[in-house]
Design a protein around this ligand. Structure first.
Ligand code: GDP
Ligand code: IMO
Ligand code: MG
Length: 429
């Protein structure tokens, strides 16, 4: 029996949604364990595109999809997403989508504060998705958050909203120069979401435990990426949750002994949305070419993604932090047509060789990436179904990645479609 965690190794948008959708065929349960609708996970099946922000990417395969206690959930967005998927012929029901009674609810003040704070700090902004993620996790840690179990209890919910609105209005009006919120209006609006979502709300940890007792297999769907992790990422240019594999357990409600595989999704180059350091970023026509060919626009905010060469220092960090047992290389097709490719093997900082990602952004700013150059390939690989049919130079590129990361490549993705995938090892079979 296998229980596999899928993790982004870079700064998000590595193609986690595609791989989760693909592997979900072999799993019984798919669970998200952190983040919220800052995530945008894309799946393409028979040419049709689906983007999910909250519902696990196992939904297209109609598996049991779970939203774990570690998430911050905007109920309006969840209701909208259920309707969007159902409208596209993908039924989402209280049987196939369960939401943890302990997941935190994103409230209007969270979203408002996220956006207003970014506006206030101007140049120093993080470049958040503006979805209220940070403020909601802050309230969770402050023990003033509202959970799904509270949302569906009108008495508890009403009291919590009135208390919080009094506090948040003070900050909104007097610190952020925003209009105050009205508690009665919020209570009325959220009653609609509570009625819609109540049948989905349950103890997700128990659902997983029962599934395991039946011998079923679980797929854990990470969101964001290792370098957006609140502890291990490029702090403060990070998200507000732990994105690494260790959090799959705490954020879903399962013990670490259950995990058998941790697959790291590695985009064949690097991208980042929002502010923050990016040592291998390209500011030239090669960067533009990758951005255009890779259609690198955010699935959540539509922002242009910054692009650069593959950074082995970054991904080696992810191998260690997540205990990766295998790699999935995505978007290999995008690199076709470039004369040569570069991989950053290490950094040089004031004459010293740096092999581990530094904690200090000041030190990182002084780091120069040191590259190894490999020959490119001109062939279109988007239709290749077998590894041996890839061009020699593409095989050499992959082989160099395996050597540098000391981890085997188990899946190669050559296009957005579910079928555009070369599976070398499937953890579930
Ligand atoms: P996620 O957040 O990690 O799930 O990734 P996103 O969905 O935000 O971004 C990945 C983008 O790349 C999506 O538009 C996918 O459809 C697309 N994609 C995934 N794998 C491949 C691939 O191998 N080749 C190409 N060309 N596109 C891919
Ligand atoms: P998926 O799951 C890429 C980035 C934002 C910003 C920072 C903090 O699709 O890979 P937040 O709204 O979380 O407070 O923003 O994190 N970010 C992502 N970047 N992919 C994501 O998710 C992201 N989720 C958050 O752009 O830099
Ligand atoms: Mg994404």
């Amino acid at each position: 029996m296998a229980n596999t965690v899928i993790i982004g190794t870079q700064w998000g948008d590595e193609g986690k949604g595609k791989i989760v959708d693909l592997l979900a065929e072999y799993a019984d349960v798919v669970v998200r364990f952190q983040g919220g609708n800052n995530a945008g996970h894309t799946m393409v099946v028979d040419g049709e595109q689906f983007i999910s922000h909250l519902v696990p990417s196992g939904i297209l395969q109609q598996k049991t999809c779970l939203i774990g206690n570690g998430l911050v959930v905007d109920p309006a967005v969840l209701v909208e997403e259920i309707d969007y998927l159902t409208g596209k012929g993908v039924p989402v029901t209280p049987e196939n989508l369960r939401v943890s009674d302990r997941a935190q609810v994103i409230m209007p003040w969270h979203q408002k504060m996220d956006v207003a704070r970014e506006k206030k700090i101007g140049d120093k902004k993080i470049g958040t998705t503006g979805r209220g993620i940070g403020p909601t996790y802050e309230d969770k840690a402050a023990r003033t958050g509202i959970r799904f179990v509270d949302l569906i209890d009108p008495d508890v919910f009403g009291e919590l909203v009135r208390t919080m609105v009094a506090e948040k209005n003070f900050i909104l009006q007097h610190y952020l120069s925003e209009a105050p919120l009205n508690a009665d209006a919020i209570i009325a609006e959220y009653k609609g979401y509570a009625d819609r979502l109540a049948p989905h709300v349950t103890n997700v940890s128990v659902v997983m435990d029962e599934a395991r007792r039946r011998g079923e297999q679980i797929l854990f769907e990470g969101a964001q990426g290792t370098h957006l992790d609140i502890d291990h990422g490029t702090y403060p240019f990070v998200t507000s949750s732990n994105t690494v594999s260790g959090n799959a357990c705490a954020g879903a409600g399962i013990g670490p002994g259950a995990l058998t595989d941790v697959m790291g999704i590695v985009k064949a180059y690097t991208t980042r949305v929002g502010q923050g350091p990016f040592p291998t970023e390209l500011f030239d026509e090669t960067g533009d070419a990758i951005q255009q060919k890779g259609a690198e626009f955010g699935a959540t905010t539509g922002r242009r993604r910054r692009c650069g060469w593959l950074d082995a220092v970054l991904v080696r960090n992810a191998v260690r932090l997540n205990g990766l047992t295998g790699l999935v290389i995505t978007k290999l097709d995008v690199l076709g047509g470039l004369d040569e490719l570069k991989i950053c093997t290490h950094y040089r900082c004031k004459g010293e060789e740096v092999r581990h990602f530094p904690a200090s952004l000041k030190v990182l700013a002084d780091c120069e990436p040191v590259y190894e150059t490999l020959p490119g390939w001109s062939e279109d690989v988007s239709g290749v179904l077998k590894k041996e049919d890839l061009p020699r130079n593409a095989l050499d590129y992959l082989s160099r990645i395996e050597d540098l990361l000391e981890t085997p490549i188990q899946i190669i993705s050559v296009g957005p479609g579910r079928e555009q995938t070369i599976v070398l090892r499937n953890p579930f079979v």
